[in-house]
Structures are given as structure tokens and as C-alpha cells.
Design a protein around this ligand. Sequence first.
Ligand code: FES
Length: 283
Amino acid sequence: MRELLTKIEQATGLDRVGDRLQRAVQGTLRSQRVRDALHGVWLGHPLHPAMVQVPVGAWISAAVVDLLPGQRRAATALVGLGTVSALPAAAAGLNDWATLTRDQRRIGLVHAAANTVGLVLYAGSLAARLNGRHGLGRTLSYLGLSAAGGGAYLGGHLAYKQGAQASQSVSEMHLISDGWHQVGDLSSLPRNELVTKKIDDVSVILYRDGDDVSVMLERCPHQSGPLGEGTIEQIDGHACVVCPWHGSAFRLDGGEVVHGPSANDQVVLPSRVVSGRVEARLP
Ligand code: FES
């Protein structure tokens, strides 16, 4: 399986289809509000992994119920629930997929293809059951579950090995030692500008607003973009840093994500000023 996954990651032949699909997704989902909602910005967590629990749970439950006598209606209801709920989960997944790196998109494309096969088989199963052909419906369900299982395996690789939509900045926190760290003199910090410093070799950005200083990890949680090279924008009355790579925006005072594609907040370190020196520590 490892060899197969590596081959898919390196399969440049998938890029023609992937690039076209990416343009189609980006052309369809033009509204930032819709994209943010599907990424899970409002939740502070990627939405797609949470949404897939519904179809996966319903389909696995249907597979169990199908083994019991006299449960045809319950199995049909579960297959229907799984099939309908798979559609918004797929929309959230495609929205995330369109912002991934190429190697991630290749795995994601095969993940989506396997799940699409699963969805079509479950739709066929639902149609067969509603027409009274429960034997055929059961067979199509088990085939669909096999295809969706393959898709889930690839989704796990995408999330846990390739780190798609996982926070890329949180691991940096583990490189910072305990205790307060001096990061500069307050008097030398320009107001309302980003300044990049290091704490234990970890890059952080400082933002001074009056005598308050926010200290935030520099590495973007989405795909490690340099937030220190980003721009500052006022969004909903809050100063935010906008990532130069894909435009994720984070509040400078608290780190909350306000625009995706990141669905994760950025890490802000508690800070204080002691004798004119700015200090920060781990939360
Ligand atoms: S790296 Fe993608 S938004 Fe920052």
C-alpha cells in the first residue's frame, strides 16, 4: 500500500484532470462567504472531516442492519440518509481540495473518485430498495461501502501523512522552551506594522497597537506561508494579518481565523512589557 500511495502522490498524469477540476471548483465557489463556511472558518476547525461522519455512520449502520431480519425499512432509511448527506460533505471536501498542494491534490483526486463510485453505488442501492429489489440493494450497498472504505483510507493518508488542512504551525510551539522570552524593546517597535523576530529559532511576528504588542507564530497554519510577509487589513473592526500565499486572514489580537482556506486559528503567545522590554511565552 505504501508503494501505491507513493505512486499516486507522484502521478503527474493526474494533474491534467486535477487542474481542470480545480479551476471548475474555484469558478463555481466564487463567494468568499460560501468558501469560508465550507472550509469551517466559523467552526475554527475543518468542516469536511466532521461532515463525513454522517454518511459513513449511516452507511456502516445500514450494512449492520442489512444482516438483521425484518429491517428493510430501517436499512433503506439509513442508505437514504447516507446518500443525501454525502453531497454537502463532498462539497466541503472539494472546496478544501482546491487549495491543496499538487501531491496532496493527486491523492485527493483518487480519494474523491473512490467516494464518487461509492456514492453512485449507494444511489443505485437506494433506487433498488425503493423499487422493492432489496437483494440488489444490499449487494450495491456492500460494493459502495467497499469503494467508500478505499476512499476513507486515502483520506486518512491525506490528513495524517500529508497534513492536508491540519495546522502547520502548532508543532512549532513544541520548539519553544517554557518561561518568558524577551523579543525586543517596545520603543523600537513601529506602530501598526509587522516585525519578525525569533524565539528559540521559531519565527514570530510582533504587532504593536499603542502599548499593546501581539506576538504570533509566523508560520501560517494552512501551508506554512510566511505571515511576516503578509499584509495588515482591518476586517470587521479588527486588525488582521493576511497570508501572502493563499489569503487566509487571522486576527492579530487573538489569532482567530476570519477568512480561509485555513480553518485553524493561528497561535498567539501571551505577551507583556517589563521595563520597556516585550516578553512572550507559551500559552
Ligand atoms: S499558506 Fe495558505 S493561506 Fe497561508
